[in-house]
Design a protein around this ligand. Structure first.
Ligand code: PLP
Length: 431
């Protein structure tokens, strides 16, 4: 076996399929986000505007969050120094867990080193603990949930995306006696669509199933205190386990679950991916807690309103220009391309010509033939940034002869009565 050749061939295969990933080396400046320097290698650096960050509310550069992190690092030191069981349970982490339990109206919360690990750990552990459990998993669930489902020894059935009739069919088939565990997301981040949470909770209640919901793309962003879509829709109590990340809306790092005390204690006690790894360090816990707390209050409500405004304005402006925005009712702005090569060329051209950084979304993150740009406006993107984005995208669409929408999806935009900026005059560029 020629090992080196083997790995080179594996990489060539990705390149042929246009799936080879190139990371942009970004030099972010906390004081000018979403602007950043793009380090092109050597001494070359160029200023770009980031349009694909999951730091949705820009909490990663919030002065109070930075201050909390620096202060905790000075006071407690850098690492946690051990697993949760062996000296790693630091006080800021304990406080963070209490903050998160309160956010979701649950008895307790458990923090992991990432959202990915929290899904893997919690789903597999619960699936294994429940005797003869049947896991019912939405077909568009995130990779970390799929890994959790696979890791558990439980039987699994996949239900069609957000398809209540299919889910009900599978629940009936399983019979009333069997343990059933429904795992799904509140907001699916590649399409930006939202699950019928109350209806899923109704089904779970009717057929006596347990529910697990990933709120990763909604925590901090929705609900009066940033508790997510379930808080907004007043259904938090009806979901058994809520999972979230500290790395997106909260701008830090880590993941968590919130649930009844017994469930949390069981995962804490039985999950190898929780037990055998070093705890989240105090400085990160402190930064995350500050972000969670901040977003529970009035400043959070303001940031959420501004975030929604910029997202809706972006959708409206791109649609008005005839760009194929995939409609949804969330803050995610997917623009359809449908081809891996063109998707990569479009984003390269945006970066080179227009200093706009959007990473192409290709297979396996989305299905082949549905490649897209995934745009995530934030509260710090100005109306002028949005105008630049529309102009850049229209130029790229024309240069690459990408199809404009046949009929513009008219996306309503109603500025807040007190909005300082008026709506820019976007024309339909395709004409
Ligand atoms: C990003 C993501 C995760 C993982 O969270 P991290 O904190 O980034 O590890 C989990 N679920 C979904 C739906 C995600 O998009």
């Amino acid at each position: 076996m020629n090992y080196q050749r083997f790995f080179e061939d594996a990489i060539s295969k990705l390149k042929t399929e246009r799936r080879y990933r190139v990371f942009a080396d970004l030099d972010r400046d906390a004081s000018s986000f979403p602007r950043a320097l793009w380090r092109r290698g050597g001494d070359h650096a160029e200023e770009v505007v980031i349009w694909c960050s999951n730091d949705y509310l820009c909490m990663g550069r919030h002065p109070a969050v930075i201050e909390a992190m620096s202060r905790a690092a000075v006071r407690h030191g850098v690492g946690a120094g051990g697993t949760r069981n062996i000296s790693g349970t630091n006080h800021p982490l304990v406080e963070l867990e209490a903050e998160l339990a309160d956010l979701h109206g649950k008895d307790a919360a458990l923090v992991f080193t990432s959202g990915w690990i929290s899904n893997l750990a919690a789903i597999s552990t619960i699936g294994d603990l429940l005797p003869d459990c049947l896991i019912l998993s939405d077909e568009l669930n995130h990779n970390s949930m799929i890994e959790g489902v696979r890791r558990s020894k439980a039987e699994r059935r996949i239900f069609r995306h957000n398809d209540l009739a299919h889910l009900e069919e599978l629940l009936i088939e399983a019979g009333p006696a069997r343990a059933k565990f429904i795992v799904f997301e509140s907001l699916y981040s590649m399409n930006g669509d939202i699950a019928p949470i109350a209806d899923i909770a109704d089904l779970a209640q009717r057929y006596n199933a347990m529910t697990y919901m990933d709120e990763v793309h909604a925590v901090g962003l929705y609900g009066p205190r940033g508790g997510g879509i379930a808080e907004r829709d007043d259904v938090m109590r009806r979901i058994d386990v809520i999972e979230g990340t500290l790395a997106k809306g909260f701008g830090a790092l880590g993941g968590y679950i919130a649930a009844d005390a017994a469930i949390i204690d069981a995962v804490r006690s039985y999950s190898p991916s929780f037990i055998f790894t070093t705890a989240l360090p105090p400085a990160v816990a402190s930064a995350a807690r500050t972000a969670v707390k901040l977003l529970k209050g009035a400043e959070g409500a303001e940031l959420r309103a501004q975030h929604q405004r910029q997202a809706m304005l972006t959708k409206h402006a791109l649609s008005a220009a005839g760009l194929p925005v995939m409609p949804n009712s969330s803050h995610i702005v997917p623009v359809f391309v449908g081809d891996a090569e063109l998707c990569k060329r479009a984003t390269d051209m945006l970066l080179e010509r227009h200093s706009i950084y959007i990473q192409p979304i290709n297979y396996p993150t989305v299905a082949k033939g549905t490649e897209r740009l995934r745009i995530t406006p934030g509260p710090l993107h100005t109306d002028a940034h949005i105008v630049d984005l529309v102009e850049g995208l229209v130029d790229v669409w024309k240069s690459l002869k990408l199809p404009f929408a046949e009929r513009p999806n008219v996306i309503e935009f109603r500025p807040q009565p007190d909005a300082r900026c008026t709506l820019p005059d976007f024309k339909r560029a395709a004409e």
